[in-house]
Design a binder for this molecule. Sequence first.
Ligand code: KIV
Ligand code: ZN
Length: 515
Amino acid sequence: MAGASIARTLRIFDTTLRDGEQAPGCSMNLREKLAVAHQLARLGVDVIEAGFPISSPDDGASVREIARAVKGPIIAGLARAAEKDIDAAWESLKGAQRPRIHTFIATSPVHMEYKLEMGPEEVLERAAAAVRYAKSFCPDVEFSAEDGSRSDPDFLCRVFAAAIAAGATTINLPDTVGYATPGEFAALVRRVRANVPEIGRVAFSVHCHDDLGLAVANSLAAVEAGADQVECTINGLGERAGNAALEEIVMALRTRPDLYGAACGVDSRQIYATSRLVSATTGVKVQPNKAIVGDNAFAHEAGIHQHGVLANRTTYEIMTPESIGLPRNRMVLGKHSGKHAFEERLVELGYEAPPDEVASLFAEFKNLADRKKTVSDRDIEALAMGRTTRAVETWRLDRFVINSGNGIASTSAVRLAGADGALCEKVAVGDGPIDASFKAIDGILGKKIVLEDFSLSSVTEGKDAQGEARVRIFHEGRRYNGLGLSTDIVEASVRAYVQAINALENDPGKVPCAG
Ligand code: KIV
Ligand code: ZN
């Protein structure tokens, strides 16, 4: 809004790779986490919570690699209020340019009694001791009072005061179970701010879950009440109903500076690309009516709305699609377009790639332009996403032949090329051409793979639209995602399956096969 004054800067703490990744079916491997972390740095978040190092060797390795490779944002690692957790967190974080240890303990009566089996005084001591221990390694220490919104406010204030006295530089108030309502949560933020001595010396953070659909509302109410940092995730991923959605918080601040008077360092034009990347890597689709990043968020269907928007966009549009980097779906590129124009369009869409990757994406684009009359921004975006999420290719689809129809069993012969170029082919019968093809691939690998999830959608409208297939497979306790694109839906599905297989084959944490 013109003339609105921006009085302060809000810190955006992204926990997609920790709280988001904890959600069922959202696990990512190291390579995927690294791609997301680099994109979060491009997005301009202040803090990336990269994982919970003690929770598994994989998580520790991912945090270590992100800490080493991603420059710019603070890299945080989570640790319970215990020395072994803090040791593991520091071990993973110490290579970071700007490390942060994030330690937490629950402070609500129900958590203290039934989960921790500790009395309040013991919890208070553990909190202070954990912060002190973390501080012996790292100058930047965040302390969270888990289930803070259901804690006794006076006790909560004492715990925060003790954490600050022990050296915490950020204190975080979580609404762990999404129980709070906006007015109540804002009042709690004000109460803590008024009653904790020295609170002005540290950053005050909030972390809201969406069990009642109030995570963003609660976070924004906290901002109005003076919070300095908001913890959130891309697409609102997270435990159960998820966390506050980063894109909604950022666009609320941007759209209503008159109300919040706060800016943040996020480049909102990177929001759409980040949302798509997280959706592609986790395999979790964004609902079409999701605020900001849903497919319908900027679509005007009703005639009266279309009329208004044509006369003046602000009749029904409070934000522009360009402000989140949404491709306009202009059909500007075709089979005669050159590499330069293609590369420019990629950058406009928020994808930066090294020259060798641009060259191979351009080859894929040319291939697509031969099969499809018009290539839209959405097609190009899908190609770029397919490449970003691709694992090292242990296996490459060489060819497949199907025989299918109604009233007959489908058969598929799939030939894959191995890393050494050797070709392997198998034929299988299945319930439809996709099932037969997946079975043929299982036959080549000699592995028992469970297909947990499979979906097909079209990238654009039209009979020649590209099909986008997503698969999630399960093998020996671990899950892998794959994404495939083609104007032929069987080919898209086979490509997605092969991509998931490649993720499995290149998973450093997988259980080695005996023999
Ligand atoms: O929801 C929660 O309380 C958390 C803490 C660990 C910050 O995720
Ligand atoms: Zn949480």
